[in-house]
Design a protein around this ligand. Structure first.
Ligand code: ADP
Length: 398
């Protein structure tokens, strides 16, 4: 069964076509700068033959042209099939819908739920709603499935997911800790189970442009650093992370307008806001290395927040068996991993500095052989997580 996984950004579209349940990637494509009349970038790879191409200067004013381009790639000369009717379903890494927190066929009702929470995840729900509408039109024969980023976290018990606000806020507006990065953390849980037989008590750290930690016990999410919106938890590339709810109220009382406040919290905060250098850890690390005090402070804060959540999760789970690093920073920054692991030495975690400094590859252990806590790097593969969940929805019981 062919399942297309689509990752939609505000100006980008990423596609991966899977043959399921074999989990074989048939082809993949990426379109950047959607919305541009003559500057978009389009890459396509046929994973069966190895053929790859890259076009720049394309005209892709809307998602429709981007999707059409990919459909033409897949069914063209360098394609992997003759008719797009072979695609059984499109799986989307959708973020949030009111009342629908798991894996759902994207019916009008579910789309309405996404619209209801447009204000909570504007950078994600807006583009997804738009792209799904266009996919539905272009591929009427395929089933549209939303693997919501909240899905993995529906197992978090209420004493950890509720805020101490008037209970009716939860009942009426659904205010609670949602948790995101579900596709990534569930992939970590499945990989650990596949390799070691179980997850035991694991802290999974997804550190990329967005960052979150997830406490995983016996394969299930039991807590997460992400709260109601994607603005919460540990600091992100541009977003502030956890913040006293009274700070925005106070700033507004001082005359700050909502737009300025939102800009500060979601675009000018995080690594960028503190370092003043960049939202990209590579540049922040380089600046700190050259003596920038603010860049060094940004890294200190980043590491501290990760350690704090990891420690809290270890306490909730009554100990720790594994800590996993994934995402762009988690996979590439040996400095962040080393500092986090050294701070968690009190749990019996001993890092193998040499293994930690070594680059790349697949799943790899970075802790010493006798360490009481295993530390691992697992490269993120959210698309495969989406393909698996979509396949399961279409083939219940398999
Ligand atoms: P996203 O969350 O947007 O999907 P990624 O998971 O790919 O992004 O992470 C991208 C981030 O990873 C970059 O913004 C940068 O901070 C970080 N990163 C990438 N490569 C390195 C590196 N070699 N060293 C440190 N950080 C890196």
């Amino acid at each position: 069964m062919k399942i297309l996984v689509s990752n939609v950004g505000s100006t980008s579209l990423k596609f991966k076509l899977y043959d399921m349940p074999a989990e074989r990637v048939l082809c993949e494509a990426r379109i950047e700068l959607v919305g541009s009349r003559d500057a978009a970038i389009h890459t396509y790879k046929n994973c069966l033959t190895g053929h790859s191409q890259r076009d720049t200067g394309c005209c892709i004013p809307t998602y429709t042209e981007g999707i059409k381009l990919f459909l033409a790639d897949m069914c063209g000369e360098q394609g992997v099939m003759s008719d797009m009717g072979e695609i059984a379903a499109v799986g989307f890494k959708t973020v949030l819908a009111k009342g629908f927190y798991g894996v759902h066929e994207l019916t009008d009702e579910v789309l309405e739920g996404m619209r209801a929470y447009l204000k909570v995840a504007p950078a994600h729900n807006g583009p997804y709603l738009e792209a799904i509408k266009r996919f539905r039109r272009l591929m009427p024969g395929a089933r549209m499935v939303g693997v919501f980023e909240t899905a993995f976290h529906t197992t978090i018990p209420p004493e950890r997911s509720l805020y101490a606000v008037p209970y009716e806020w939860y009942e009426e507006y659904g205010i609670k800790r949602m948790g995101y990065h579900g596709a990534s953390h569930s992939y970590v849980a499945e990989t650990l189970t596949g390799v070691y037989g179980s997850t035991g008590r694991t802290v999974s750290c997804h550190l990329g442009g967005s960052c979150s930690l997830c406490a995983i016990e016996d394969g299930k999410s039991v807590d997460t650093s992400f709260g109601f919106s994607l603005q919460t938890g540990v600091m992100h590339a541009n977003r502030c992370g956890d913040l006293d709810a009274y700070v925005p109220l106070f700033l507004m009382s001082q005359g700050m307008k909502k737009a300025e406040l939102l800009d500060g919290l979601s675009r000018r905060g995080g690594l960028l806001g503190i370092s003043g250098v960049s939202n990209d850890m590579r540049y922040v690390e380089a600046a700190a290395g050259q003596g920038s005090g603010r860049a060094a402070l940004a890294i200190d804060m980043f590491v501290n927040q990760i350690v704090k959540y990891a420690g809290a999760f270890a306490a909730e789970m009554g100990g720790l068996d594994n800590i996993v690093f994934t995402g762009g920073i988690g996979e590439n920054s040996s400095q962040v991993r080393s500092r986090v692991c050294r701070a968690l030495a009190f749990l019996g975690l001993e890092l193998d500095e040499e293994a930690n400094a070594a680059a790349g590859g697949d799943i790899r252990a970075i802790s010493a052989a006798h360490s009481a806590v295993r530390a691992l790097v697992i490269p993120a593969n959210e698309e495969l997580g989406i393909a698996r969940r979509t396949y399961e929805l279409l083939n219940p019981g398999n």
